[in-house]
Write a protein that binds this ligand. Structure first.
Ligand SMILES: NC(=O)c1ccc[n+]([C@@H]2O[C@H](COP(=O)([O-])OP(=O)(O)OC[C@H]3O[C@@H](n4cnc5c(N)ncnc54)[C@H](OP(=O)(O)O)[C@@H]3O)[C@@H](O)[C@H]2O)c1
Length: 368
């Protein structure tokens, strides 16, 4: 029998997009969150007498009560550095599969290094960062490595926004998560091991659409997952191209910011200021705004001499539309027993490259 899908954070911006995507796939997920009346409103809107469940991360026992063995817990309750642990604990405790929408490097590292082994012992699969951050780069990188063959020792991925981007293009939850992540150490896969490094340590350009596009380095799940596909891979780099020509300036500000945050007392003050940004869901781009922007993702593999062996380009819908849809796709497959393995999994090893490529296409991002 297929496990139940429980969507925790259903009344938030990304949660609602995921609830709608699950409903569009014909999935009757349990809608979970901290506010009973808003859950009831959402259930009524989606129709079909959907089950709701109240749970609050401040009371971990209520989160533990959401799932049982073989269920799939999808969490969009973030920032995850602050609120992510109770859902992880609930899934591991119950032997339920776990999928989340985080993009936060420090949380991703904790899942792979700390929670993954416990999830494996509980026979549960754990897919962190299963949204726009960082599924399409895993796909582009995995395809580039397959095209490159055994000679590949390095893979780079890059994420770019296309179309029109306005001040309302990012959600309140994304802003809160970014605020919390500023100045925290990041990482990269170098010399065949994971190394801690400053966020935005490097800038490089990717060429597409007859233009060179700068992007800044970032910690993603690719650093943990792509070396699993190709044991010869010694270097994984992931880049964000959102800042365009300002990338060098962002790097300079990040360098200055991380130095400032090392001054005694400043980190605590910054933390208090970041907390004030977090007032509960403040929404995000509406359907019209989302339709005006899109995504372009690049994966490139190189040999030991630095020669480029392959290049894969993906493009499609905006980050939020993709996130809701891919979370729904992953939850449906995991509930049907379609996860390969247990413990902390990547998008490619979790579902297989061909299945993931088909899933991303269903969610709106495919080979350009
Ligand atoms: N990977 C990606 O590409 C991607 C894409 C989108 C979002 N995200 C991440 O996903 C997270 C959510 O983003 P968002 O824009 O959807 O933010 P949001 O609208 O603020 O949603 C946050 C959710 O957390 C819930 N929550 C807060 N405190 C809680 C508590 N004590 N107990 C239970 N639930 C609680 C909120 O409940 P209420 O509804 O009751 O306020 C809301 O449902 C963020 O970390 C964001 O960075 C990542």
């Amino acid at each position: 029998m297929a496990g139940r899908i429980v969507l925790f954070g259903a009344t938030g911006y990304t949660g609602r997009l995921t609830a709608e995507a699950l409903a569009a796939r014909g999935q009757r997920a349990v809608l979970a969150g901290r506010n009973a009346s808003r859950l009831a409103e959402l259930a009524a809107e989606l129709g079909g007498g959907r089950e709701v469940a109240v749970a609050d991360v401040a009371e971990p026992a209520t989160v533990r009560a959401l799932v049982g063995p073989g269920d799939v817990l999808v969490s969009t309750v973030g920032p995850f550095a602050k609120w992510g642990e109770p859902a992880i604990g609930a899934a591991i405790g119950a032997g339920a599969h776990y999928i989340d929408s985080t993009g936060e490097p420090a949380f991703i590292r904790r899942v792979f290094e700390h929670h993954g082994p416990a999830a494996a012992r509980a026979q549960a699969g754990m897919l962190t960062a299963f949204g726009y951050d960082w599924v399409p780069g895993n796909l582009a990188g995995g395809l580039a490595l397959r095209d490159a063959g055994d000679a590949a020792v390095r893979v780079d991925t890059g994420y770019f926004v296309t179309g029109s981007v306005g001040t309302r293009s990012i959600s309140g939850g994304t802003r809160a998560s970014l605020a919390g992540a500023v100045g925290t150490p990041s990482f990269a896969w170098r010399g065949g091991v994971l190394r801690t490094e400053r966020g935005v340590a490097r800038v490089r350009t990717f060429r597409f659409g007859d233009r060179d596009r700068p992007a800044v380095s970032v910690g993603s799940s690719e650093h943990f997952t792509l070396p699993r596909l190709h044991p010869g891979v010694l270097e994984v780099n992931s880049y964000l191209g959102w800042f365009g020509p300002l990338s060098r300036a962002v790097q300079a500000v990040s360098l200055a910011g991380s130095a400032v945050l090392r001054v005694p007392g400043v980190r605590a003050l910054y933390g208090a200021a970041a907390d004030r940004l977090v007032k509960g869901s403040t929404g995000g781009p509406d359907e019209g705004e989302r339709a005006r922007s899109g995504s372009h993702i690049v994966g490139m593999a190189y040999d030991g001499e630095g020669r480029q062996l392959s290049e894969v380009h993906l493009s499609g819908v905006d980050a939020y539309t993709f996130t809701g849809r891919i979370l729904a796709w992953g939850a449906e497959r995991a509930a049907a027993g379609g996860l390969n393995g247990t413990g902390a999994l990547g998008p490619v090893d979790g579902f297989g490259l061909d299945a993931l490529e088909a899933g991303c296409a269903e969610a709106g991002i495919a080979r350009a």
